[in-house]
Write a protein of this length. Structure first.
Lengths: 510, 504
């Protein structure tokens, strides 16, 4: 059994990699690509070209958005993998992971303008790793700022250079030399030897030389930053196995693009809400469905059975969105009943409430935190429950009927066991097994259902987070969400299989 | 599923038949096919028959909605200053799209061909579905070409086509001919004459329809009212004189049965001024009834087509997994597991949300839903094929040296496809629910009336709730999903009485 569970857990890893890769590629190949909303936002807020360049530099350095999509995905895998290679990362004061600055690309067609590509000069900065903490932190922060400035400078002059190359290509009539934005295409231009005598060349020369100079500046700033990084201003992540080569550290889900918060914080806030709603819903489903199914099975063929059968299939066909809208409209909206809250998980006054009903500090009566939460959860749970309930009842009925015709039931009846005992102790126990397997089908459906329900009732759960991450094309948040949902789903399915083996001694996994 | 004898012989219950007579073929009832038998059993069930009735209503509106609900007049008589009729036109017919034309001509023709034949119905239905796919392919390709031509600065052939009026004839006929040529290589449905008949008529119809609608005029509803008011035209409208996309910003959220008049005006003094919104209007001031009718087509087609795609992919993958087993099975099943690792709706939300607004058409939605829901069919087929592959008839087919295609799809598939087809009914219901949910979340096809989109406008950010925007579309979704589920249940019971398990 243990080895079976371990094997299943091991098989989960490729599945998780597969599903995150699928979702990642869906977003990466979509129009706009990763971080599309974010880049647009940064451009919208900062009107100056330099501001845009600064924002872009920050994004590229932080999230590696300039890399090709597969590289980005492999980097993400490296970050969530517990085994890391290379220098250990640092953990900043806010819990954010700080990495060694990554290399960046040289300007295109630099060989047209310079004999050698500029190389980084040795850093003049020197910080001993045993100097006081304040000094190291201060040095690092300054180096970080200077590096960001230098990168922004480089990116803006790079854009100017590309534009210049595009103009050059147009003026020289080089077919396909400029793309739709008017920027030069190096892959095409490199086939045409530069004409240094032409007037266009002198126009192009200026931005190109500036780009090369800024490239040099950014390289130097990066060198300084690496020195400051190596002085370890903050504590280091994880444990070293082979110093400088291999280390073990906690998986890092990264920082969200849009709010700059660590993803793990957001997940910690939202996942429990979704799990709570599902955890409330499941016992309710099983508690209602099993007696319902048993009732229908024992009265097989009667009017009650027919009515219940129709009810089950009608409930099963009832779309969750419709149920949500009707519940909000007729039960929560003030136009009609108005008995339930329309949205959210707590009322505004909830933080000041005590746990249980009673008078608060100000002497006024309040229903208390628990009752308030339950009251807010009524409608979402109701919408989540009825579909699973219908499936499970039908299944329970079918399983009971299968067993009714079994030989051992006839034997039990023949030897005079009371009908009640036949149903409860013989038939029901044996009908439980398919109900456990039904968990496998109900659980993913309920997870999906809760995405929709959270959206309808504005419940701050994983569903809300997922919709937000997709709208923002937020790579870190989306991948983390996919990972969490898939892990929860796969673990639940594994749990169902284990329960199945526990309930039925005939089932053995090995 | 053990292979079922293709023909079941039944004696007439009224007279005694001797063995000799039986051998001579006397007293033997006309044999039905396996599926025809199952279908007859489905029809004896009252809920399933009612469900079929509802689906026929939806299908009727899916085909004829453009003729029943349109803001364009059926007949428009242009008048001169003295009030004499100068010209009579039909804007409704001028504004029809290619799909409308094909459906309204093709569906009755197909029905007239399929229904009268008792024995041959299934294969004729198959042939018509094949013809429908051909026509859809032509419409899609032509609309893609049109899209390329209408970009701002076309170059080369696109520019040439734009400048020449004859493009409306050349392009559709060329594409129809290409599709017709390609369809010759598709495995036959029925004999060669029938295949030719179906393919040629589908391509002719689609080519003609796309040619006629090549330069479709832009819709402008407001001019009719203005012209009517000035006495320049006399217009006769259809039963429901609204198009689904016809917006009146001042007439939003009107309750059902609101008749224009006193306070609410639309071209006072014209016959149109007293028109009624039977089921009210939505948040954008569009008629609800018209949207409901036009959305029938989206719902019906998205259910059928996406499930068709899913079954096609799923059966192929499942057949390969089940037949080969071993390494192929191991690897392909990992793919199935990846798709099952997260709830389906989650994947579909991601896939739909990453698309641009312009890219979210009905066709891409069908493709997306189809490409993500194939795992069910794959698992059923795999399980069946794993059982079948060791059976004698498969072994002998292998020993004879039949090609793989023949073993998989001619010998094994007919014996293993039953669970997939029974499940397809539930899959269609699921696809309709998914479409409604995606539309509700604002991720459905853009510029297309949809029940889910209507439903989402029932509640507003200000907390208002309009019951008619929830009840009518909600009921339409519910009844359609319920119908498919009821038919699925009945079909499952008819095919395998022992298989009573509820499936999702």
């Amino acid at each position: 059994m243990i080895s079976y569970i371990l094997r299943r857990l091991l098989f989960m890893i490729p599945t998780l990699i597969g599903i995150t890769f699928l979702v990642f590629m869906l977003v990466a190949l979509s129009p706009g690509g990763i971080g599309a909303a974010l880049t647009a936002q940064a451009g919208g807020q900062m009107t100056s070209q330099r501001g845009v360049a600064l924002a872009k530099a920050r994004l590229e350095d932080r999230y590696g958005l300039d890399d090709p999509a597969p590289v980005q995905y492999i980097r993400w895998l490296g970050r969530i993998s517990p085994i890391k290679t290379g220098t250990r990362d640092l953990i900043g004061p806010s819990g954010e992971t700080i990495r060694r600055p990554k290399p960046f690309k040289a300007p295109p067609l630099w060989e047209w303008f310079a004999k050698d590509l500029p190389r980084a000069r040795a850093s003049q900065l020197s910080v001993a790793s045993d100097s006081p903490d304040d000094l190291r932190i201060e040095t690092f922060k300054r180096a970080d700022r200077l590096y960001a400035d230098a990168r922004a400078e480089y990116i803006s002059s790079l854009t100017a250079m590309k534009q210049g190359l595009g103009d050059y290509a147009k003026a020289r009539d080089i077919r396909g030399g400029a793309d739709a934005k008017g920027q030069g295409r190096p892959s095409v231009l490199k086939n045409y030897p530069p004409d240094q005598a032409s007037p266009e060349w002198s126009v192009l020369k200026k931005p190109a030389e500036k780009a090369l100079a800024d490239y040099q500046g950014a390289l130097d700033a990066r060198e300084d930053l690496i020195v400051a990084f190596n002085a370890r201003p903050y504590r280091r992540a994880g444990l070293s196995i082979i110093p400088g080569v291999l280390s073990v550290a906690a998986p890092d889900l990264g920082t969200t693009f849009s709010t700059q918060r660590p993803v793990i914080d957001l997940v910690k806030d939202h996942l429990p809400v979704t799990l709570l709603i599902n955890a409330i819903a499941f016992p309710i489903i099983y508690l209602i469905a099993i007696p319902g199914g048993m009732l229908a099975a024992t009265k097989r063929g009667s009017a009650l059975d027919v009515v219940l059968g129709m009810l089950f299939i009608a409930l099963w066909s009832f779309p969750v969105v419709l149920a949500g809208v009707l519940a909000i409209g007729f039960l929560a909206s003030n136009d009609y009943l108005g008995a339930f809250p329309v949205s959210g998980l707590h009322s505004n006054a909830a933080p000041q409430m005590r746990w249980l009903p009673g008078s608060g500090a100000d002497g006024r009566f309040s229903v208390g935190y628990v009752v308030d939460t339950v009251w807010h959860m009524c409608l979402p749970v109701l919408c989540l429950v009825y579909g699973g309930f219908a499936i499970l009842s039908k299944q329970c009925r079918a399983a009971m009927l299968d067993n009714f015709s079994a030989d051992y039931v006839r034997t039990a009846k023949a030897k005079g066991v009371a009908p009640r005992d036949v149903i409860l102790r013989h038939v029901f126990r044996n009908s439980l097994l398919p109900l456990i397997t039904m968990f496998v089908t109900i659980f993913p459906a309920m997870l999906a259902g809760s995405v929709v329900i959270e959206k309808i009732f504005s419940v701050p759960g994983m569903g809300t987070l997922i919709l937000r991450s997709i709208a923002d094309r937020d790579r870190e948040l989306l991948l983390a969400n996919t990972l969490m949902i898939a892990a929860v789903n796969l673990l639940a399915l594994l749990l169902a299989d284990i329960l199945y083996a526990l309930a039925d001694p005939r089932v053995a996994y090995d | 599923m053990p292979s079922v004898p293709p023909q079941t012989l039944r004696a007439q219950p009224t007279e005694a038949v001797t063995g000799v007579q039986l051998a001579q073929g006397i007293g033997v009832a006309e044999a039905k096919g396996f599926w025809a038998d199952a279908w007859a059993q489905v029809l004896t069930r009252r809920p399933a028959a009612a469900a079929l009735g509802w689906l026929s209503i939806v299908a009727f509106f899916a085909v004829f909605a453009p003729f029943l609900a349109s803001g364009h007049p059926v007949v428009m008589r242009e008048l001169d200053a003295s009030g004499a009729v100068v010209r009579t036109t039909s804007p409704l017919f001028e504004h029809l799209r290619a799909a409308d034309l094909i459906l309204v001509i093709g569906v009755p023709l197909a029905a007239a061909w399929i229904v009268p034949s008792r024995r041959d119905r299934a294969s004729r239905l198959g042939a018509c579905i094949f013809g429908g796919v051909l026509a859809a392919a032509i419409v899609l390709i032509v609309s893609m070409v049109q899209g390329t031509i209408s970009v701002r600065e076309p170059s080369g052939w696109a520019l040439w086509l734009r400048q020449h009026k004859s493009a409306a004839i050349i392009v559709p006929s060329l594409i129809s001919a290409l599709v017709l040529g390609a369809s010759v290589f598709v495995p036959a449905i029925g004999g060669l004459p029938r295949r030719l008949l179906v393919c040629v008529s589908a391509c002719l119809l689609a080519g003609a329809a796309t040619g006629i609608t090549w330069n479709r005029p832009l819709q402008s509803f407001s001019s009719y009212t203005a012209d009517e008011q000035n006495g320049r035209i006399q217009a006769t409208y259809t039963v429901i004189p609204w198009s689904p996309g016809q917006r009146f910003s001042a007439l939003d959220r009107l309750p059902p049965g609101t008749t224009l008049g006193q306070g609410l005006k639309l071209g006072a003094g014209t016959p149109g001024a007293r028109r009624t919104f039977l089921l009210g209007t939505d948040a954008l001031g569009q008629d609800v009834l018209s949207q409901l009718l036009h959305a029938c087509r989206l719902s019906i087609s998205i259910g059928l087509v996406s499930t068709g795609i899913a079954v096609l992919i799923g059966v192929t993958m499942g057949a390969l997994m089940g037949y080969f087993g071993g390494m192929v099975d191991l690897l392909l099943y990992r793919v199935v597991e990846v798709f099952m690792a997260v709830p389906l709706l989650f994947l579909l939300i991601v896939a739909a949300a990453v698309l641009d607004e312009q890219m979210r058409t009905t066709y891409t939605m069908m493709a997306i839903i189809g490409c993500f829901t194939w795992t069910g069919a794959a698992r059923f087929t795999r399980a069946e094929f794993l059982k079948l592959r060791s059976q004698d008839f498969v072994q002998s087919a292998k020993a004879v040296g039949l090609p793989l295609r023949s073993i998989l799809f001619k010998h094994m598939l007919p014996n293993g496809v039953t669970p997939v087809l029974v499940d397809a009914s539930f899959a269609i219901a699921a696809a309709i629910t998914i479409e409604a949910t995606l539309s509700f979340l604002g991720l459905g096809p853009v510029d297309q009336a949809s029940w889910g989109k209507l439903l989402s406008s029932a509640t507003s950010a200000e907390g208002e709730f309009k019951w008619w925007l929830a009840i009518f579309p909600g009921l339409a979704i519910f009844l359609t999903v319920l119908s498919y589920n009821l038919i699925g249940e009945a079909l499952r019971d008819a095919i395998d009485p022992k298989l009573k398990k509820a499936r999702v």
